[in-house]
Design a protein around this ligand. Structure first.
Ligand code: FAD
Length: 464
């Protein structure tokens, strides 16, 4: 018989949304059950952020080993053992997913393996291979994440890969076609280009990485081309046909039909929310036309004891957004007044150079009616960047003209993913350009670049 198990809060999905929500709810005194049908850590830890960054790091090491002559290091016989690249990546994933399990247990969260389906607003069934178990709960937090979109003519298979497949290749491909020049496509394209794969990126729009400003994406394009990658914009991918040892892709560009062959084609044209198999519609949970759960500022859906966070709600589909919403939802359930505020949410692309943005761009700020001032400082004028031989890029700070309130910042360059944190703090806490300029930054560091950019915006640059 299926005797219902009672709990305070059920969390569905153990990605960076779900596991964080579970821990925070438990810390706040809730009895918490987390249900996961796959692996703890979700997309981010298993097949997203973490493995992709490990792969990218290996690819950098390989490039550095091959090309450090101008810094006086000449190497011979550099070789790539791709199975070790994979096992390094897998070991990083394993450490982190194991860590998540330890954290959940340490916080007394009950971990349940299986697939959740809502029966009504206070109960759900969890199915594993053998049986179904009912859970009764006061509140639920849904964090079921998203999956890759399949496009017509490109059915995922042995040669037509989604991002998960592209992260798990056993051998380095000689040739790879990437459909979609968004952040996943360009990151993985960069990694494989570094490993020596001949990469072709087909992008439907006018440019790759549409979310970033042109001077930033130009740097990435230049770098990809230097690695031998071919970037075709305004290209419509039509179909893929498996050949004996690979795949042939047909696309249209400038009114002409082209064919390219490769070992694999990676399709990264977007992701869709996992909200279709949970019984949400029957429950009356309001979804947008894209299938995202409509939520209020406390991550509460149209059903008042059901919350939703992460990739299944509107906004940027990023891990740190999921974790942020997770804390808000857990706190809201526990009666706290937390609300989401996306003012300082950063977005990062781990290409070369790295791109990062937080808050408003100059164009956004003008659109919102601000009179602005901005300052830009190049990596090439920073001592540390020169010493690292990584001089591509800049930091740009955008501020309100009347008082220098920092509204946003954009960083392109080595370490942009870390540099953006200081600028996010500035936006979040309402700092001014002067606050950044007057903060003593250690020398010589890349961290000095935001300080110099703030000085440029204040009209008092020392080094430019
Ligand atoms: P997910 O991480 O997708 O987790 C959802 C979990 O729910 C899954 O484990 C799934 O098995 C489980 N689940 C689904 N349905 C059910 C059910 N019915 N019952 C039980 N369990 C269920 N973001 C960044 O911020 N930085 C990056 O560098 C970055 N790189 C990425 C690289 C790649 C290749 C990809 C694909 C994504 C990347 N992302 C990155 C995005 C990031 O992975 C997601 O935004 C994040 O994982 C979303 O977290 P989530 O908790 O909403 O869902």
């Amino acid at each position: 018989g299926d005797f219902p198990i009672e709990t305070d809060t059920v969390v569905v999905g153990a990605g960076p949304g779900g596991y964080v929500a579970a821990i925070r709810a438990a810390q706040l005194g809730q009895k918490v059950t987390i249900v996961e049908k796959g692996t703890l850590g979700g997309v981010c830890l298993n097949v997203g952020c973490i493995p992709s960054k490990a792969l990218i790091a290996s690819s950098h090491r390989y490039q550095h080993a091959l090309h450090s002559d101008d810094m006086g290091v000449t190497t011979e016989g550099v070789s790539l053992d791709f199975s070790k690249v994979q096992s390094f990546k897998d070991s990083v994933v394993k450490k982190l997913t194991g860590g998540v399990e330890g954290l959940l247990k340490g916080n007394k969260v009950e971990i349940v393996k299986g697939e959740a389906y809502f029966v009504d607003k206070n109960s759900m069934k969890v199915m594993d291979d053998k049986q179904s178990q009912t859970y009764e709960f006061k509140n639920a937090i849904i964090a079921t994440g998203s999956r890759p979109i399949e496009i017509p003519g490109f059915k995922f298979g042995k040669r037509v890969l989604d991002s998960t497949g592209a992260l798990a290749l056993e051998e380095k491909p000689e040739k790879l076609i990437v459909i979609g020049g968004g952040y996943i496509g360009t990151e993985l394209g960069t990694a494989y280009a570094n490993f020596g794969t001949e990469v072709t990126i087909l992008e439907g729009m006018k440019d790759i990485l549409g979310g970033f400003e042109k001077p930033m994406t130009q740097l990435v394009k230049k770098n990809l081309k230097k690695k031998g990658a071919n970037i075709v914009t305004e290209a419509m991918a039509k179909s893929a046909e498996e050949t004996e040892n690979g795949v042939k892709v047909t696309y249209e560009a400038k009114g002409e039909t082209h064919e390219v062959e490769a070992d694999y084609v990676l399709v990264t044209v977007g992701r869709k929310p996992n909200t279709d198999e949970l019984g949400l519609e029957e429950l009356g949970v309001k979804l947008t036309d894209r299938g995202l759960v409509e939520v209020d500022k406390q991550s509460r859906s149209s059903i008042d004891n059901i919350y939703a966070i992460g990739d299944i709600v509107p906004g940027l589909p990023l891990a740190h957004k999921a974790s942020y919403e997770a804390k808000v939802a857990a706190e809201a359930i526990s009666g706290e007044k937390s609300e989401v505020d996306y003012l300082s949410i950063p977005a990062v692309c781990f290409t070369e150079p790295e791109l990062a943005t937080v808050g408003l761009t100059e164009a956004d700020a003008k659109d919102e009616g601000f009179e602005i001032t901005s300052g830009k400082f190049p990596f090439a004028a920073n001592g540390r960047a020169l010493g690292l031989n990584e001089t591509d890029g800049f930091v740009k700070v955008v501020a309100r003209k009347e008082d220098g309130l920092v509204l946003g910042a954009q960083v392109a360059g080595n370490g942009a993913s870390d540099i953006i944190s200081e600028l996010g703090l500035a936006v979040e806490t309402g700092m001014t350009l002067e606050d950044i300029a007057l903060t003593i930054h250690a020398h010589p560091t890349l961290g000095e670049i935001p300080m110099e950019a703030a000085e440029v915006a204040l009209g008092k640059p020392i080094h430019s």
